[in-house]
Design a protein around this ligand. Structure first.
Ligand code: PLP
Ligand code: 3DJ
Length: 428
């Protein structure tokens, strides 16, 4: 018997699969026979529906040429807003507050360009030292654009242990010098969820705007951005939402901030009725659509149309429930089967504090990952010592998880990893 009433046998894993109400969605995805995909938190797999809507969009181009902007299966002129409407329930925004556009880093630049308004002593940006590097590079460059030195004007809250952040430490750093806060919803290494509502409330008490990077949470758990009064958020759609490599990202802007001139404007920031008047004075859309810049990347957004159908059918609450259970099962099996093998689980144990992946630390992590791949398991490695494993609610079975843990055990017992160098690949 394991910790949470789970059992360690293959038969038990099969029982869990039988009871899984989401199990039929697995058939919708292109899973490679003989391989177990545990990297949905870096790039989700292709579904047949995503493939279908991409092909339909190509068909529209073939059939309609320029008229594809207003005709066909998925008229391109309205695609970003239509996708925003479908994504809105997953982030807890209204249809007007969400748009599918840009990429995570571009959207971050857009939102910071719009909402970072240094004013006297209130001139600094607050982030944290565990954030994904692209966000830090973007924030550093935004600070520089305003003529400040990132060393003094980009404050990074420290982690006490290198894994997690304490909300108390973040709140303590919300001084009257802070103009804007940008934090992750879920940390990309440890999978820790930050208390978004508490942080938002505390920021607002101090008159500070706050935005979140939702890359590692959107598609794996529900959000209530509007209800929590978050000012803005941005994310990619290629991880848990399976929108395809380099697929178009998303952003949320709280409706109380509508009407602001976008920091980075372009003709797709326009009110759609006015756009083709071709005036030199921009009339921005009175919605998150105002934060688009230029022509949408139609073919990179099209797979998301099909993918979101699946999320609507499955229900994000059900997805979260399975995600919590299957990740718990993975952690319990690791505790049970891999004890005394040098593994440390670097993900919070409490449901309310963990996202959709498990961070497994080991000093030989880089070469264990290579060994896993040789055994048909796709994890990812994050330097210096993390094996990230993401059992995904829509397509990972409990049997897959059981199998992964057995293979990990074999790799360690047989020292299979020793034939590889303990260093990362180019794309790790
Ligand atoms: C948390 C986080 N922020 C930002 C990025 C950068 O995203 P993109 O390269 O799509 O701009 C990623 C992933 O690459 C990420 O995981
Ligand atoms: N965006 C990526 C890419 O272009 C290549 C390889 C990986 C990625 C990722 O998304 C990595 C991801 N942000 C992470 O959490 O590590």
């Amino acid at each position: 018997m394991l910790l949470n009433n789970f059992q360690a046998t293959l038969e038990y894993a099969k029982e869990l699969d039988k009871e899984d109400s989401l199990k039929h969605f697995r058939e919708e995805f292109y899973l490679k026979p003989g391989s177990i995909y545990m990297d949905g938190n870096s790039l989700g797999l292709l579904s047949k529906r995503a493939e279908r809507t991409l092909l339909e969009s190509l068909e529209d181009w073939k059939e309609y040429g320029i008229d594809g902007w207003t005709q066909g299966n998925h008229p391109w002129f309205f695609m970003a807003d239509e996708l925003g409407k479908k994504l809105a329930p997953l982030v807890g925004g209204s249809a007007e507050e969400v748009i599918v556009t840009g990429s995570t880093t571009v959207n971050l630049h857009q939102l910071v360009s719009t909402f970072y308004k240094p004013d006297g002593i209130r001139s600094k940006i607050l982030a944290d030292e565990l954030t994904f590097p692209s966000d830090i590079y973007a924030l550093q460059s935004q600070v520089r654009i305003h003529g400040f030195d990132p060393d003094t004007h980009l404050i990074r809250v420290k982690s006490r242990d290198g894994r997690f952040l304490e909300e108390d430490d973040i709140i303590a750093a919300m001084t009257d010098e802070i103009a804007l806060i940008v934090l992750p919803t879920v940390l990309y290494r440890s999978g820790q969820i930050l208390d978004i509502k508490r942080l938002t409330d505390e920021a607002h008490k101090r008159g500070i705007l706050i935005g979140f990077d939702g890359c590692h949470s959107v598609g794996s758990m529900p959000h209530s951005f509007s209800e929590w009064d978050v000012d803005f958020a941005f994310w990619c759609n290629y991880k848990h939402l399976n929108g395809g490599p380099g697929g178009v990202g998303g952003l949320f802007v709280n409706r109380k901030l509508f009407g602001k001139m976008p920091g980075l404007a372009g003709w797709f920031s326009s009110n759609k009725e006015k756009q083709f008047d071709m005036e030199h004075t921009l009339t921005p859309a009175h919605s998150a659509g105002a934060f688009q810049i230029g022509t949408p990347h139609v073919l990179s957004a099209a797979p998301l149309i099909g993918s979101l159908e699946i999320f609507t059918e499955a229900g994000i609450e059900n997805i979260r429930q399975k995600s919590l259970k299957i990740n718990q099962y993975l952690m319990d099996l690791i505790d049970n089967e891999l004890a005394d093998m040098g593994f440390v689980i670097g993900t919070p144990r409490e449901d309310a504090r963990r996202g959709g992946h498990v961070s497994l630390e080991h000093k030989e992590a880089a070469r264990i990952c290579k060994s896993l791949k040789e055994n048909g398991i796709i994890p990812d490695f994050r330097a210096p010592n993390i094996i990230r494993l993401a059992p995904v609610a829509l397509y990972t079975s409990y049997e897959d998880v059981w199998e992964v843990v057995q293979i990990l055990k074999k790799i360690i017992i047989e020292k299979q990893y020793e034939k590889f160098k303990n260093e990362r690949e180019v794309v790790a």
